[in-house]
Design a protein around this ligand. Structure first.
Ligand code: SF4
Length: 198
């Protein structure tokens, strides 16, 4: 089974609780106005990886507490991510999943792949990015309509502490001189950052 990936980060500290691997999938049918990652929309972009191969790479990689699935739209590849998450959870890792859909709609869809992905997700963040409700004051999300769903007890202890967790950015310099950014910030903060780097 293959997964279409835009970017794989073996470790990150800004895409969920603790140190996590992050799989940014390629392909999103939702097309939110103001989306910061429109290059992840095309379903034929990115690259493909075998799910079992990716699971092995994660399990043999740096120590992490879990994985984060973001996009693109993870539920557009629910079957592959459910399989990947199931393998990783069997090894004790946690799963955090972002979606532009609403939890209620996923639960009522009758789509078994959606339900399987929900079943292995500990923390779900749902709802499309809404530029008119831009709000980066809460961790990992960009607009005030987006919701945290603690689907298992794994991260329940964070529920009352969310406002204590800051949104953060990671900036990486690649060996060939490119700058890669992940995490969440407002455009003004990014401009300030790159003004400082140039
Ligand atoms: S769901 Fe996410 S990736 Fe898709 S358009 Fe909205 S913000 Fe962009």
């Amino acid at each position: 089974m293959l997964l279409r990936v835009h970017r794989f980060l073996p470790t990150t500290k800004v895409e969920g609780p603790g140190i996590r691997a992050c799989i940014q999938v390629q392909g999103c049918p939702i097309h939110c106005a103001g989306c910061a990652v429109p290059f992840t929309w095309p379903e034929d972009g990115g690259f493909t990886m075998g799910v079992d191969q990716l699971a092995e790479q994660i399990l043999q990689g740096p120590a992490i507490e879990g994985v984060t699935f973001l996009g693109g739209e993870p539920f557009a590849q629910a079957q592959a991510l459910a399989r990947l998450g199931k393998i990783l959870k069997q090894e004790g890792l946690s799963v955090m999943t972002f979606t532009g859909y609403l939890l209620e709609n996923l639960q009522q869809s009758g789509n078994q792949d959606y339900l399987d992905l929900l079943a292995i997700t500990d923390l779900l963040i749902d709802g499309p990015f809404q530029i008119e409700h831009l709000d980066t004051s809460r961790p990992w999300v960009g607009s005030s309509n987006q919701r945290y769903h603690f689907l298992t007890e794994r991260y329940l202890h964070l529920k009352e502490r969310m406002t204590d967790i800051p949104n953060r950015l990671e900036v990486r310099l690649t060996p060939d001189g490119r700058v890669m950014v992940n995490g969440l910030a407002e455009v003004g903060d990014l401009k300030d950052l790159f003004r400082g780097l140039l």
